[in-house]
Write a protein that binds this ligand. Sequence first.
Ligand code: PMP
Ligand code: GLN
Length: 375
Amino acid sequence: MNKLPHIGTSIFTVMSKLATEHNAINLSQGFPDFEVDERLIDIISNRAKDNVHQYLPMSGYPPLLSKIAKLVKKSYERTLQPETEILITAGATQGIFTTILALAEIDDEILILDPSYDSYEAPVLLCHAHPVRVALNDDYTPNWERIEKACSSKTKMIIINNPHNPTGKILTASDFEILESLLQKFPEIIVLSDEVYEYITFEQKHISAHTREKLLNRCVMVSSFGKSFHVTGWKVGYLVAPEHLISAIKKVHQFLVFSVTSICQVAISDYLDFVSVEEIGPFYQEKRDYFRSLLQESRFQLMPCEGTYFQVVSYASISDENDVDFCKRLITEYGVAAIPISTFYANKKDLKLIRFCFAKNNATLEAAAKRLCNI
Ligand code: PMP
Ligand code: GLN
């Protein structure tokens, strides 16, 4: 018995494991290798001595809920009711899974835009709903004609990921306007907006679903403190949604995790008093620019990167191997791990593109680039 017969082990797990086995520099799975902010480490160390080790309320640590409401107000001018519109989740992964499990019914169709992050499809299949994979344009902008054609009375949800993993693309105001007018024709469709990289954009500012008045009553927004505060292993994220949606999501959440790791919630709550999310974008922009400059002399062709901490490159002038084989050889022969982009497509389209994570110390980026420039 296997409820997900066509789904294998996540490519991030596969590549990280291979990187470890071959002692390669791991630019595959998206996580930082630099030190966590000392202030956050101090907070969690000191907080361990307090009475913070028992269950918290199911929706989340109340001060954390209030501080998220404050953050969303400051970042996007949106006013939230902390008790009824926010849910702390065990990372964005659990937020996405729980949302789909709570809202998708048998034979519903869920639109996923390819290339797409790998967490979306499995919960859809487990609900006996249908993932409808719609390809983005070649430049990774949404193809709204194709999207509209794919919408019908069966469509329950459209998942958007902005800023986009793996391509680093961000949605424009015009994309949102088209989405909003499309949704007017389909009043039942819910938007799941995966914005785990919301604070990692560069030249252009991120436009959050939080700022789109017409979406607010039908949108579940997903964020991740793991990504924003460089603590991916803590697995703390959150959902923001109107009460009629989040109450359905909480029904599932209470039986899936009940409440998320107490000390991590408390520490993040304290940290939010003085951390400045505005610094995250410039911090990663410097990393992006540095990594790109290091690869300038290589035979890889750099694709644009508007946000996230991923750089996609083409290896078409180096090899005609498929991208999975190329990534394996990159590890075994050159000692650098990357993610093949074909794995983000339902049809495994091989465009000779791979993804590097640049959320790394400069020394790591330099060592990796040195190897990559020798190919
Ligand atoms: N969505 C996207 C687009 C991601 O890249 C990731 C990976 N961090 C997640 C969701 C999951 O985030 P978390 O680690 O908070 O579960
Ligand atoms: N989001 C991370 C990435 O894209 C992976 C997280 C995971 O392995 N689940 O690399």
